[in-house]
Design a protein around this ligand. Structure first.
Ligand code: GBH
Length: 511
């Protein structure tokens, strides 16, 4: 194995890819756009394995693609997708219990009653996280475990579960990042309020968020309000393919969307009011990323404008406190009703932004039209993962982070989800050779490292997901995990990508 010194040397001297790119950025005129390439930040690789006498890591060449010191490696999951224990310890039903138990809604009529049984196996899973060299874990809290009816009297046993899970993470040197809503709305609030169609649900969410901050912020320092507002509103209330399975007319859908961003803002205020000093709050949105089809200054500008518009009803209104003109114009008579005071709440300042990125929303080029950009249709032959919606485009990770910084001046960014699904065949001797996932990770993380090397403040990366789990309407057939789940025995089997992730997290570099 090369010694440490020579690794560092090679970072500085033989880095043709990066040097070439910086030259390109100059010639591409990025400096003129205020996007000058920051000096490369070179941190030394972790030399633990050389000093503590443990086995040497299998891979030693980081190609110079090193992340900043302190960069957080982690994995993510969500309550309904992994916990199971659907009827235990006083948990109330959520809209996903109802939806998944409605025949025909989920592939193979799968449901989350047992899922990965994380509720009982969390200690085992925390050891899996630890063995990945991950120092952080993003989990979500099931609202109906805490408030079985959505509001009212909290259920102590529900709280106890998250409390002991957080203690276990901390005892293993893993920092907990808590998401307050990953789509499992208490069924009681769907019944009583029509869910997100009512402002009362937004208020109930804020009460629950404040309660959780009060109880956990002595140990959980980062809270995400809502996960992927676009997804649960559009697919749940617009397209009917996610819970609660509604297809609302446009005006009602716009209003539900407005209540979701309002819920976010009210929750931010509640967490600030009830959390310990220093509690940080942000969101986790699947930002829709416009990727310049190639990097000319005009296309880069167009991709930025496009990204602002693609996210107008979600990230943009949250970050800017206004709906864009073009959003309101397109909505016309269906536009949501809102007050100036609500916009102020919605745009309460955040401590950080979490962005979930799996694919580009579109490749974009400059155009002489009203919008200033046009979307380029994807080629039919453009590669996808086994999830057909997942158009592969590693640059989306770079541009997603960079647009977030540039458009909204964000100082702390986390990639709160990124991952891919594969066929993941289990061999007779219990191996999974997921070469596609490894290739995916190498390509996407190379783009993320490009962002950090240019000074985009990405502080951490959470792979989706730790284990294969309940993939919503696709049930258990679609696998995103680093660990393979044998759903008959609930055995967790490391895929080849576990070794890869572990080595990268140790080196803090793309390998
Ligand atoms: C994330 O969404 C979720 O946060 C996470 O829970 C999920 O497991 C993970 O992705 C993997 O899917 O059913 O054809 O209408 C990512 C964004 C938006 C991608 C909804 C899938 C559904 C397409 N997702 N989309 S479809």
């Amino acid at each position: 194995m090369k010694n440490h010194q020579s690794d560092e040397q090679s970072n500085k001297t033989e880095n043709p890819g990066l040097t070439g790119r910086r030259d390109f950025m100059k010639t591409a005129g990025l400096t003129a756009l205020g996007l000058s390439a920051a000096p490369l930040i070179i941190t030394s690789c972790n030399s633990k394995s050389e000093t503590d006498g443990k086995q040497e890591p299998a891979v030693t060449n980081s190609n110079g693609l090193v992340f900043p010191k302190g960069f957080l490696w982690g994995t993510a999951t969500a309550s309904y997708q992994v916990e199971g224990a659907a009827n235990e310890d006083g948990r109330g039903k959520s809209i996903w219990d109802t939806f998944s138990h409605t025949p025909g809604k989920i592939l193979n009529n799968d449901n989350g009653d047992i899922a990965c049984d994380f509720y009982h196996k969390y200690k085992e899973d925390i050891q899996l996280i630890k063995s990945l060299n991950a120092k952080s874990y993003r989990f979500s809290i099931s609202w109906s475990r805490i408030f079985p009816e959505g509001t009212g009297t909290p259920n102590q046993k529900g709280l106890d579960f998250y409390s002991r899970m957080v203690d276990e993470l901390l005892a293993n040197g893993i920092e907990p990042f808590g998401t307050l809503y990953h789509w499992d709305l208490p069924q009681a609030l769907q019944d009583k309020n029509k869910g997100w169609q009512s402002k009362d649900t937004a208020k109930a969410f804020a009460d629950y968020a404040g309660y959780m901050a009060e109880k956990l912020s002595d140990r959980v320092k980062h809270f995400f309000t809502l996960n992927e507002l676009w997804t649960f509103i559009q697919l749940g209330y617009g397209d009917g393919v996610f819970a609660p399975g509604l297809k609302l007319p446009a005006a009602e859908l716009y209003q539900a969307r407005h209540h979701a961003v309002l819920a976010h803002g009210l929750a931010v205020e509640a967490i600030r009011a009830k959390g310990k000093a220093g509690t940080k709050v942000g969101l986790a949105e699947n930002i829709k990323v416009g990727v310049p089809v190639f990097e000319s200054p005009e296309n880069i500008k167009a991709a930025e404008t496009a990204t602002r518009e693609f996210n107008a009803g979600y990230m943009t209104v949250i970050m800017e406190g206004k709906y864009t003109d073009s959003f309101l114009k397109k909505a016309g008579a269906d536009a949501p009703k809102f007050t100036a005071e609500e916009l102020k709440t919605i745009s309460s300042p955040l401590d950080f932004c979490g962005i979930n990125i799996y694919n580009p929303e579109a490749y974009v080029q400059a155009a002489a039209n009203e919008d200033g950009f046009e979307k380029i249709p994807f080629a039919k032959s453009h590669p996808t993962s086994t999830s057909k919606w997942q158009i592969l485009g590693p640059e989306s990770l770079y541009w997603g982070a960079r647009h977030t910084q540039k458009l909204w001046n964000v100082k702390e960014i986390y990639i709160t989800e990124n991952g891919t699904s594969g066929t993941d065949e289990l061999t007779a001797d219990k191996k999974v050779y997921d070469t596609d996932r490894i290739t995916f990770l190498r390509n996407y993380l190379t783009q993320l490292q490009r962002a950090t090397s240019e000074g985009v403040p990405v502080k951490g990366y959470f792979y989706w997901s730790l284990v294969d789990n309940f993939e919503w309407a696709s049930g258990y057939g679609t696998r995103f995990g680093l660990y393979y789940m044998d759903y008959k025995t609930l055995e967790r089997i490391p895929k080849l990508s576990v070794s890869y992730f572990r080595a990268m997290a140790e080196k803090n570099a793309v390998l």
